[in-house]
Ligand binder design. Structure first.
Ligand code: FAD
Length: 397
């Protein structure tokens, strides 16, 4: 039986895989995407906050934007609010975001196949062969690719490949989120703000909570590192939701609540990001900011950098993945590694969250420089950052 062949195979059609497919197909690379879900984005659990400029950076229509959020409200361990003006950031839903990027990838000629579950991969002399289950047909199939981009998110199981990472499982956070549909709108400030809350939960564990507003609902959720029993997690989220309700919608009845939960990887990026003509991107690579769970931007950028590297080294996928790994390291991997260290430092003494948030609120330039990619920081920015860091350490001590 002859095995199907393609130039590029992408596993997963989320914020990492879909931009990779879109930009590779636009450059004329024959691209197939395998996506396990029947409807792209429909099952993704996410608060779907986007950083300022995301739509224009990735050529997306603003139709997907629900709310513009010029306010970031950080709540410290004592529940004190520290507000920062920024951006504005935006909110959307993953149905709309992932669906929109997938449509653009299709328009560029990518072949996106849904209900296809990637199972395994083997590296042969001149190709990479992926095995997958066709969930609609109930059959097992193979496809041989010149280059491969793994983008299957936090559930990425790559242990059987050279991209495996022993510390992957210990970096997983359990999350639970309510989509709260209200009878009357919440207070106007709710629709202008992205709220992040950092506090010790009922079991004495560090909790990161959020409230992100959407057109027709509020996404209220939280995450805890490691596993937490479902009942306790729900109790924790109920208590948090009550506090949000008391501030933002004390008078409104709740029409409906949809509950959703998922894992999120929140530690350092994988050590190994490439092997031969295969590379890993997005959350599957560990590209998530450990301080706030942001990963959509890094996912989309990693997809773009992969497509660009492949376009430049079309006849040499090994060189393409080397270029890709170098690009992601210089653009944001160091920043993400620092975020992991910062988060651990804050968690060791939760009162440090307040010290940091106070400094961020009082120094509007600091959040801008912190968000900037490594290659966009000037020498002046770096000196500024070191000075701010010294100030923060002195105050934390
Ligand atoms: C509760 C929660 C809230 C979050 N909030 C935010 C936020 O507000 N802003 C932000 O920037 N980030 C947020 N994140 C992080 C963000 O969701 C991820 O960083 C982002 O989704 C990464 O995109 P990705 O394409 O790498 O992976 P994913 O979005 O996970 O996409 C992976 C895709 O691969 C498919 N797939 C998986 N396995 C297979 C397989 N075996 N075969 C075929 N297909 C497969 C999946 O169905 C999916 O479509 C949040 C995460 C969680 C869990």
């Amino acid at each position: 039986m002859s095995v199907e062949r393609t130039e590029l195979l992408v596993i997963g059609c989320g914020p990492a895989g879909a931009p990779a497919a879109r930009e590779a197909a636009r450059a004329g690379v024959q691209t197939i995407v395998l996506e396990k879900d029947a409807v792209i984005g429909a099952k993704r659990v996410c608060a779907a906050g986007l950083r300022p400029g995301f739509c224009s950076d990735f050529d997306l229509s603003r139709d997907i934007v629900h709310c513009d959020t010029p306010r970031l409200a950080l709540f410290d361990a004592r529940g004190v609010e520290h507000a920062l003006r920024f951006g504005p950031g935006h909110t959307t839903t993953r149905e709309e975001l992932d669906g929109a990027i997938a449509q653009l990838a299709l328009a560029e000629g990518a072949d996106i196949r849904t209900r296809m579950l990637f199972r395994d991969v083997r590296f042969e002399r001149d190709s990479i062969v992926a095995t997958y289950a066709d969930l609609a047909g109930g059959t097992r199939k193979e496809i041989a690719a010149h280059a491969l981009f793994f983008a299957q998110g936090s559930t990425a199981v790559l242990e059987s490949t050279p991209l495996g990472y022993a510390r992957w499982r210990s970096g997983l956070m359990t999350t639970l989120q309510y989509r709260v549909y209200l009878e009357q709108p919440a207070a106007p400030i709710a629709y202008e703000s992205l709220e992040m809350h950092y506090y010790l939960g009922q079991e004495g564990r560090q909790v990161v909570g959020w409230m992100f507003p959407k057109k027709d609902h509020l996404a209220i959720g939280l995450g805890v590192v490691g596993k937490m029993e479902g009942h306790s997690l729900r109790q924790e989220l109920d208590a948090f939701t009550q506090r949000v309700a008391a501030r933002l919608y004390p008078a409104s009845a709740v029409r409906a609540v949809k509950t959703e939960g998922h894992l999120l990887y929140m530690e350092a990026p994988r050590d190994v990001l490439r092997h031969e003509g295969a590379a890993v991107g997005g959350t599957a690579a560990g590209f998530v900011d450990a301080t706030n769970g942001e990963g959509i931007y890094e996912a989309a950028l990693s997809g773009r950098l992969f497509a660009d590297a492949l376009h430049r080294h079309r006849n040499d996928p090994r060189a393409a993945t080397r270029r890709y790994a170098h690009a992601v390291r210089s653009r944001f991997v160091k920043r993400l590694q620092h975020r992991v260290k910062l988060m651990h430092f804050l968690e060791r003494k939760p009162e440090r969250f307040g010290v940091l948030f106070e400094q961020l609120a009082a120094t509007p330039h600091l959040p801008e420089v912190l968000h900037a990619e490594g290659n966009r920081r000037t020498v002046r920015d770096r000196v500024f950052l070191y000075a701010q860091m010294a100030r923060f350490l002195a105050k934390s001590a």
